[in-house]
Design a protein. Structure first.
Ligand code: B3K
Ligand code: ZN
Length: 939
């Protein structure tokens, strides 16, 4: 039969898919046999699917036709039960193949060709650096063969790969290698069999010139397992940390959750062209090189920590995602929220020696919350706000969001808080035992936890509002203290009006249900003494203790605490300890109360939080002042405004508090990010907010000016060359603290002609033996001036290490405006860098390092207009997003989201952003990925 061209799809370009519309598939697939004749220009894929009628689908009447999904495939042949079909026997469109069904059980044979080297979307089968890779989640498998490409179709896979042996010596797929063969004409073959049924999104193959490092480990039950990390030969010296992380992850999952590795062989493959971080394909994880390759010379402490976390994350998916998967893509948080929770716990245990160092655990927790607030809270305040289990989407790729992942993890964490670690573990065991091998829903997960904890006081029905409602609940707290009776009353109010895509779906109704909020609270005397109180909460036994876990379940609710000794005239509440719920808490703290909590709170998270609130109050005060000034008045030493002296005194004390771990001091002296600061703003004026934040930063630098050098010196005995370099949490903490001190010190001396701080930074740059210190020095030296010689040196030294060059691009993309660097100059620098020989315009890491960092992480550098009212940075945005959309819609959609908050900005910028979005919307042939983002932003 001749190849047949596909019929164009219907005019309806972007249908909306609804969670409530879920229906079981008419047919299931028992087994899949695939043969790949790999060739970069034209790969042939022959598939045999064993198909049968879904037992739950209606049994009466005629068998409905089988509708398979496909994309960008050229069909060569189709047969049913090995009998070839004529073109008139089936219907082919661009995205569907409809086949007649002869019986309740039958086979389908198809042969297609595809063009991997032309595949720039990096979904399906593609070529990167002459090697073949796949990415199938969420809907990439349909770009490989015609299939029922949905996660509730779980089949057994047998895969035969054939390729030229010299060009593609390594041939990998999921599961176990069952046969290899030499073929004529220099070709060879490998056959792989995956013993576990899996959804198509977990399919993977890799073929090419790769080398591997191996380890053998023994699991809990005594079974021997082979671990492999496959990379390009030049990167073999950068795999040790990933391997050790994998081994730690395997043992941790056994100990913490009783989950054992189920395959004899577990492989990780690194690829430099990849749309996201990594992918948990069964037994064959494919990773962005960024999350595998590390050694001290090229990777920072943050890179080392990220690698440990992502290696853990993908490995943990083997149970939470692969053995038990999602029924449909609306349930994505079932696997992602749960797996992020698991990787967070893993990282906390690794950093703190399994909890032996609680402050180290707290530092990781703070980092996670900081990330949640600066990404997910912002998402919740914009047009894309959605529940962790969305109700609708146009393009599922747009819903791999901070909400589904990070807020999803907080929802799991609240369940653990409510059930306690033992009850939670019992629930997890029930979940895995009950649903192993199934594709299930978030409701099934919560039900398993509920069934395993019949005695718990948790109303799971109410708890599930966290799954169905979007937005960050705003909790307002009023405290009433009766000194005469020693009684405290907290009056709590929760509010969460419709947000984002809820607003259209709820059609003006404000009918959202109150959440079940686990709220950890404690009280302190005004001197900072921890108080013990008795809490009167319905259904809970009254216990006298310092910390209480409240179940805050009504729109308005009061809690009473008794037993404050008579001598106290006032008490200070510590609320939402350890960030016990993903909410925004409002309590009218005085500066003195926050200073007390910062010094004395027994919860390290809330100690840090008190400091952040102090900074936030001060920055907002400066911002409000700045809003009344014209921009020219906003110099470094603007007349008419002083930074609060009491705050500066506290910061100076904190900086020198030797009882605090350096990692904690570092995190406590880092100001809230721009995004976090916007949370409470009615109108965002980027230049003024940047000015306010920088003014406080400079004041802190000045207030501690006499001590930075000593503080830096104090770290020396704990760092190389005195001790051997190790990227562990403790040493990383010393380095982070030292480098923050250096940053403040250079800032404190920025007006000196010859500055000892700069001299030290330069020395550190040249003498550094690790990338953390080298990059920190470079960043410090470029914070105010361009330091072009050192930047040039760095590029010359690292031009052949793409991951290091990403850091170099990012540093320049995020360079904030300063006295010597105008926003125009920043835009020109970014434009210029697009032409740099180390920039590769189609590589997602490069696009993210340069463009995403500029659009998303340089607010004052990106959002501005010229004196004549033009906004060239937004014109640049339109041009870049539409150019990238033409070859990689997923990456373009990620960039497009950087203007979605436009309505929250000051008027001239907001209008210009709106115009930019409209211009993008009018581009011909916009992908549905970008279209969804732009339409939601403009609605
Ligand atoms: N599950 C993948 C993400 C796939 C994204 C597809 N657009 C990685 C992860 O979360 O582990
Ligand atoms: Zn994941």
């Amino acid at each position: 039969m001749a190849a047949q061209a596909a019929v164009p799809a219907q005019a309806d370009r972007s249908p909306t898919y609804w969670r409530q519309a879920y229906q079981v598939s008419d047919y299931l697939i028992e087994s899949v046999s695939l043969r790949f004749e790999l060739d970069p220009v034209c790969t042939r894929v022959s598939a045999t699917l064993t198909v049968y009628r879904h037992p739950a689908a209606a049994q009466t009447g005629a068998l409905p036709p089988l509708v398979l999904q496909g994309e960008a495939l050229t069909l060569e042949r189709v047969a049913i039960n090995n009998v070839e079909l004529a073109a008139t026997d089936y219907t082919l469109t661009e995205t569907s193949l409809t086949l007649p069904v002869p019986a309740a059980h039958f086979t389908v044979q198809t042969t297609v060709t595809l063009a991997p080297a032309q595949n720039t979307s990096l979904m399906g089968l593609y070529v990167s650096n002459h090697n073949f890779f796949t990415q199938c989640e969420a809907e990439g498998f349909r770009r490989i063969t015609w299939f029922l490409d949905r996660p509730d179709i779980m089949a057994r896979y047998q895969v035969r790969l054939e390729a030229n042996q010299a060009d593609y010596p390594v041939l990998l797929a999921n599961g176990n290698l069952v046969a290899t063969a030499l073929l004529p004409n220099g070709r060879h073959a490998a056959e792989w069999q995956d013993p576990f049924p899996k959804p198509s999104y977990l399919f993977a193959l890799v073929a090419g010139q790769l080398s591997c490092v191996e380890s053998t480990i023994r699991t809990q039950s005594g079974a021997e397992k082979q671990l492999q990390i496959w990379v390009e030969a030049r990167d073999l010296d950068k795999t040790e940390h990933a391997m050790q992380s994998l081994i730690r992850a395997i043992h941790w999952d056994e100990q913490r959750f009783g989950r054992e590795l189920d395959l004899d062989r577990f492989m990780i493959v690194a690829v430099s062209d990849f749309n996201m971080g990594a992918m948990e394909n069964k037994g064959l994880n494919i990773f962005n090189t960024k999350y595998v390759l590390a050694n001290p010379a090229i990777a920072t402490d943050v890179d080392f920590a990220n690698i440990e976390s992502v290696v853990g994350h993908e490995y943990f998916h083997n149970w939470s995602g692969n053995r038990v998967t999602c029924r449909d893509w609306f349930q994505l948080s079932l696997k992602e929220g749960l797996t992020v929770f698991r990787d967070q716990e893993f990282s906390m245990d690794m950093a703190s020696d399994f909890g032996a160092q609680p402050l180290a655990r707290a530092v990781r927790r703070i980092e996670d919350v900081r990330a949640l607030r600066s990404t997910q809270f912002v998402e919740d305040a914009g047009p894309m706000a959605h529940p962790i289990r969305p109700d609708s989407y146009q393009e599922i790729s747009n819903f791999y969001t901070a909400t589904v992942y990070e807020k999803g993890a907080e929802v799991i964490r609240m369940l653990q808080t409510l059930l306690g670690p033992v009850g939670f573990r019992r629930g997890m065991d029930t979940y895995f035992a009950r649903h192993d091998g199934q594709a299930v829903t978030c409701d099934d997960f919560v039900q398993a936890l509920a069934d395993a904890n019949p005695e718990s006081q948790v109303d799971f029905t109410q708890f599930k509002h966290w799954y169905s409602q979007a937005g960050t609940p705003r909790v307002t707290v009023e405290q009433h203290f009766d000194a005469a009776t020693g009684t405290i009353r907290l009056d709590l109010t929760q509010r969460c009006p419709p947000v984002g895509i809820e607003r259209q779906q709820m059609a003006g109704s404000t009918d959202k249900q109150p959440y079940l909020i686990p709220l950890k609270v404690a009280f302190f005397s005004t001197e900072g003494q921890p108080l013990e109180t008795a809490c009167f909460q319905a259904a809970a036994a009254e216990v006298i203790q310092h910390e209480h876990l409240l179940q805050f379940t009504q729109a308005k609710q009061s809690f009473e605490f008794k037993g404050v000794p008579a001598k106290h005239l006032a008490v200070i509440p510590s609320l939402g300890r350890d960030f016990s719920a993903p909410i925004s808490l409002q309590y009218p703290y005085s500066q003195q109360a926050l200073i007390t909590l910062l010094a004395h709170d027994t919860d390290p998270f809330n100690r840090w939080e008190a400091g952040q609130q102090l900074f936030q109050q001060e920055i907002l005060r400066l911002y409000t002042w700045a809003q009344e000034q014209d921009e020219a008045a906003l110099s470094r030493h603007a007349a008419g405004v002083e930074v609060n002296a009491a705050l500066l005194a506290v910061v100076a004390q904190l900086a020198q508090d030797q009882t605090l771990a350096p990692a904690f001091r570092e995190i406590s002296l880092t100001l809230p990010s721009f995004n976090v600061l916007t949370e409470t703003l009615v109108v965002i004026d980027p230049a003024r907010l940047h000015w306010a934040r920088e003014t406080l930063r400079a004041a802190i630098a000045g207030a501690v000016a006499a001590h930075w050098e000593t503080l830096i010196q104090q770290t020396s005995p704990h760092l190389p060359p005195v001790v051997a370099y190790a990227p562990n949490a403790e040493q990383a903490g010393y380095r982070a603290w030292r480098n923050l001190c250096l940053q403040y010190w250079v800032l404190a001396e920025s007006e000196l002609v010859s500055s000892p701080a700069r001299v030290l930074a330069e020395q550190q740059y040249w003498a550094a033996t690790n990338m953390t210190d080298r990059l920190a020095a470079l960043s410090v030296l470029t914070q105010e001036s361009t330091a072009s010689e050192i930047l040039t040196d760095f590029a010359a030294q690292w031009q052949h290490e793409p991951l290091v060059m990403d850091k170099w691009f990012s540093l320049q993309a995020m360079a904030a405006p300063s006295a010597t660097r105008s926003p125009v100059a920043i835009l020109q620098a970014v434009e210029h860098l697009l032409q740099h020989s180390a920039y590769s315009p189609r590589n997602p890491n490069k696009i993210y390092a340069l463009l995403l960092r500029y659009f998303a992480n340089n607010p004052a550098g990106f959002h501005w207009q010229s004196v004549t009212g033009e906004t060239p940075s937004y014109d640049f945005w339109v041009a870049q997003v539409s150019a990238i959309d033409a070859f990689n819609p997923q990456v373009a959609a990620r960039l497009a989201r950087t203007l979605e908050q436009w309505q929250r900005y000051v008027a001239p910028l907001a209008h210009a952003m709106q115009r930019a979005l409209q211009q993008l919307q009018q581009q011909p042939a916009l992908s549905k990925d970008v279209r969804e983002v732009v339409e939601k932003a403009l609605q």
